[in-house]
Design a protein. Structure first.
Length: 283
């Protein structure tokens, strides 16, 4: 188990990040212990955790997610997104098609069934049955508001009402989407940049003097040792010469004073991100 000296309260189920040898260990504190090995819910000054990863004395620990704060935020949010009223007028008569005039999102959609309705022998479809089928709108943005239905001794199969509901919902969606003017963002013209081809050469990033000397003996001229600025670095000291930088914080701090090269941490995957780094002065 590992001991953590705290500067603020750590609760069970909080999420922490441990910076170990410039690598991150991210975990949720499922179990928190006191110095006697007893499980506790929170700690103020010192606590203990058990992790399978190898850690070292002096590793920095950051609390990245406060469990109780997140629960508080969740409880303050509305339970459901805003829904829009759906009003329907149903026309159903024996030996006629089913007609439904639906209104929602500021539009009217008129539904007409392909099949003809039959006359009910015993139990004609009621307004309550129509409401029951049309209230099944949980996977849509609508809620059933007003229903007009005049019972004319017709039988409407539940399957047909469900099909009508789905068709009406999709029809209103299409009307709303097609009413919006299609807008295309104008592409901003970027300055054209090009780089003269260079003969490939080796660079190296090292962490010890022995590694540095080995690289020198192999003829590697571009070696990053003490002139490395890590991604998770929190303080920036004055440095000389060209730097190897792994995060935007370092770039913004040193871009006016040092030439710099960016490492793989910047995750440059396309021309846009390459251009943005070029504008900041990355080599």
């Amino acid at each position: 188990r590992y001991e953590i000296t705290l500067t603020r309260t750590l609760n069970q189920n909080d999420t922490i990040r441990i910076s170990h040898n410039h690598e991150d260990v991210n975990l949720t504190v499922a179990k928190l212990y006191d110095k006697n090995g007893e499980l506790i819910n929170k700690a103020e000054d010192v606590c203990y955790i058990k992790v399978k990863e190898k850690l070292s004395t002096g590793d920095l620990v950051y609390k990245t997610k406060d469990y109780f704060y997140n629960k508080e935020l969740e409880s303050s949010l509305e339970k459901e997104f805003k829904r829009f009223n759906l009003d329907i007028r149903v026309y159903a008569s024996p030996d006629s098609k089913l007609f439904i005039d639906a209104e929602g999102l500021g539009f009217h959609y008129f539904y007409e069934s392909e099949e003809t309705l039959g006359e009910a022998i015993n139990n004609p479809t009621t307004k309550d049955q129509v409401i029951k089928q049309f209230s099944r709108l949980n996977d849509t943005i609508f809620e059933l508001n007003h229903v007009e239905f005049e019972e004319c001794n017709a039988f409407i199969p539940a399957k047909l009402l469900n099909a009508a509901r789905r068709d009406i919902v999709l029809g209103l969606y299409d009307l709303k989407l097609n009413s919006q003017e299609k807008r295309t963002k104008a592409v901003e013209a970027k300055e054209k940049i090009s780089f003269a081809p260079e003969k490939p050469y080796l660079t190296a990033s090292v962490t010890t003097k022995e590694q540095y000397d080995a690289c020198v003996s192999c003829g590697i001229k571009e070696i990053y040792f003490k002139n490395v600025v890590r991604r998770n670095q929190n303080d920036y000291k004055e440095k000389e010469g060209q730097l190897l930088i792994g995060g935007y914080g370092g770039i913004y701090h040193y871009r006016e004073t040092n030439r710099f090269v960016t490492d793989y941490s910047l995750n440059v995957v396309n021309a846009t991100s390459c251009y943005e780094l070029h504008k900041l002065g990355a080599k």
